[in-house]
Design a protein around this ligand. Structure first.
Ligand code: ADP
Ligand code: ASP
Ligand code: MG
Length: 406
């Protein structure tokens, strides 16, 4: 017997026949002897419509608290509809909304981007567990939370995905299934490029990065709660079948944590190339990476300024890379000179929180400043910060950055 959390997005409950099809797919799993918890989003574009209505009626005077209460009506309605449809198919069901005593998801008081109180939620989940053990199918409102004064909060647009993974984690479910309007995760948004191909699987890390950079198919914060032992997949509602294949989200594997700090084992050499107005010249990056790739030299990072580009390579490759890039410089009119810099230590800080934690870069660099450690280069993206410091400072810098993570 498996415990499954199935989340239905807006399109998958977009009209009466879709709701019936979705409820039937849940009942089918239940009849096989599995336990199912449903998480449901607002029907179709209801959330957008509610926002539109309140903008028209009230405009700037609308408070965040009022907006959350109004948006919540989407999920309050869909959970009732879904639960009643399951009952019409002959199986007991209860809708669970923030007004219900069994509601588990507690948050801070931020109405529109509420932060989850994981500890309390993990305790309150017992109520849902009890229902499931009584053979009842709970239908939980996605997207919503309950603040410290009992008020409704929301987890941010697209937040039902977070609800699903959070509940899956707290219930120690076997599987989280995200039911949506595409076959799974594709090589890109299929609504933008028609020839997009379906992926059989994607790692948690890749999915998190894809989502963080705007692929709507899953909320970027949902995977924070992905337990390595829970299997997860994204499938199309059109199949009306929770066993459909779709795309499996795999990992994180043991030892491959979502948040980590690491020090690369060898020194990294910085090779800087300078030239006049390089930023305006087409193809310089391609030239640089091409000539190193031809000789099988791995590039750990590249940074660029108006008049310079720097390539980061393993010290064992640095001499070869230096000579190859020298050839590249003399053959290129725009480029004038290059230098092989000192040996640096590369420290990588990976965390899904980078994108929405103001001041995280200063949190990391401040302890280094206090300890007189000079940062030679810093490269940051939405989920990783890579620091280069003098090789001799590497271990101390790694330990200092590690303290920030803890
Ligand atoms: P739901 O309402 O079910 O949560 P969303 O609209 O939030 O659905 O997410 C599904 C949409 O994500 C798809 O319709 C598609 O346009 C978009 N999308 C963006 N990038 C991708 C991708 N790489 N693979 C699949 N879908 C993607
Ligand atoms: N209904 C909410 C929204 O449209 C949450 C969700 O669909 O996940 O943002
Ligand atoms: Mg969504």
């Amino acid at each position: 017997m498996d415990l499954i959390v199935a989340k239905f997005g807006g399109t998958s409950v977009g009209d009466g026949s879709r709701i019936k099809k979705a409820a039937q797919s849940v009942v089918n799993e239940y009849m096989k002897g599995n336990q199912v918890v449903v998480v449901v989003s607002a029907v179709n574009k209801t959330t957008d419509e509610l926002i539109g209505l309140s903008d028209e009626a009230i405009g700037a005077g609308l408070t965040d608290k009022q907006k959350a209460e109004i948006m919540a009506m989407g999920e309050l309605t869909s959970a009732r509809l879904f639960s009643a449809t399951i009952e019409s198919l002959g199986v007991k069901s209860e809708f669970i909304d923030p007004y219900n005593d069994l509601w588990p998801i507690m948050t801070d008081s931020n109405s529109l981007e509420a932060k989850i109180d994981f500890k309390t939620t993990n305790i309150k989940i017992e109520g849902i567990k009890r229902l499931v053990n009584q053979g009842i199918i709970p239908v939980v409102c996605g997207f919503l939370g309950k603040g410290p004064s009992g008020e409704i909060t929301t987890l941010g647009r697209g937040g039902s995905d977070i609800t699903a993974f959070l509940i899956g984690h707290c219930l120690e479910a076997n599987e989280v299934i995200i039911v949506t309007d595409v076959d799974g995760v594709m090589s890109t948004d299929p609504n933008k490029i028609e020839s997009a191909r379906l992926l059989d699987e994607i790692s948690v890390e890749e999915m998190r990065d894809l989502a963080t950079h705007g692929a709507q198919v899953l909320h970027p914060h949902a995977l924070k709660y992905k337990d390595p032992l829970i299997s997860a997949k994204i499938i199309n509602f059109a199949h009306g079948d929770l066993t459909s294949k779709g795309t499996r989200i795999v990992g994180p594997y043991e030892g491959e944590m979502l948040k980590c700090v690491s020090l690369y084992k060898n020194p990294i050499s910085l090779i800087a190339i300078v030239g006049e107005a390089m930023v305006k010249k087409v193809g310089l990056f391609a030239g640089l990476t091409g000539c190193l790739a031809d000789e099988d030299i791995n590039i750990f990072g590249i940074s660029a300024g108006q008049n310079s580009m720097t390539a980061f390579v393993d010290k064992s490759d640095s001499n070869k890379a230096y000579h190859l890039l020298h050839q590249f410089v003399v053959e290129n009119d725009v480029l004038s000179s290059l230098s092989l810099g000192r040996d640096t230590a590369m420290i990588t800080f990976v965390s899904p929180d980078i994108i929405d934690t103001p001041g995280i870069i200063s949190d990391i660099t401040e302890p280094l400043r206090k300890n007189d450690i000079n940062i030679v280069e810093i490269i940051s993206s939405q989920t990783a910060i890579v620091l280069f410091v003098d090789w001799k400072d590497g271990e101390q810098a790694r330990d200092l950055v590690n303290e920030v993570l803890e």
